[in-house]
Design a protein around this ligand. Sequence first.
Ligand code: ADP
Ligand code: MG
Length: 327
Amino acid sequence: MGEFDLIARYFTRPVRSGGAVALGVGDDCALLAPRPGMHLAVSSDMLVEGRHFFADVDPRTLGHKALAVNLSDLAACGARPLAFTLALALPQADASWLQAFADGLFALADAHDCVLIGGDTTRGPLNLCITVFGEVPAGQALLRSGAQVGDDIWVSGTLGDARLALEALRGRIQLPASALARARQRLEQPTPRVQLGQRLRGIASSALDVSDGLLGDLGHILAASGAGAEIELAKTTELIAASALFTGPEAIFDMELMHQCTLAGGDDYELAFTAAPAQREAVQSAARQADVAVTRIGRITATPGLRLLDAQGQPQPAAYASFDHFA
Ligand code: ADP
Ligand code: MG
């Protein structure tokens, strides 16, 4: 199978007319037609074998995750997905691998009405780069820079499962098989909070998606907003306590591991955001409509830096580094 057969067979599908995509795969450029008054939200994420996924990963889940991590960036900005491009380096054109990869990719793309409009295909070590395009009403994108002193800090869903799965797959901890299966689902098939992000427009003052670990990512909001934060450990513990791994007969009660995974785990793809206390009801209602739980974990302070507080409100040492490819 040649390069052009491969693109035609696996990555070219008819484009519905009347949407934002004026021209899809097949020409030198694709054409997007954003509606008047809208900004295009654009983001790229690259997945590299050995760094972001194991060589033997199920190609179906890889297709899902490659797009999910990009949709998560659109969610963080409150944007609605429109389209994406796919740049792909493959060691060989393996038909069953490509079919499974495309199935995983398009299942998630179709669920969000996000159209593959182009890309590039080359031979090389397995490497995937997706660029997503979304739309957001001009001036209404959620940014990292809007947090105000006194705002609540919120997190969607649960944190830490992906990191636990990774630790288990690397052989550093032991998990019961059924618990590992649930954690692996979160690692390999994260759910981008696309609905929640859009519903938080006009409610949240700042937002980002948690990809490298909660504390490190919150640090980006604090730096961009010129503020500090207090985080209640009792609340972040609830986040992981609610996760699949820490309930039921197989519950794990290693508090140090729980904090490590929740606060610095990475690969969660949940939203962390801030909102004024007057918006608590609005936040909860947005979360209900988006069908995801949200938890209030702390507040924005004028004092710079990030402080962890125990159940008595006493500061705790925070030695949880988040993920940094070059650290
Ligand atoms: P060019 O030579 O202009 O770079 P290519 O020959 O690489 O174009 O690609 C031909 C067409 O197929 C283009 O429209 C391109 O966007 C599309 N394309 C290439 N690879 C992919 C892919 N992996 N997924 C979707 N579309 C692709
Ligand atoms: Mg090309």
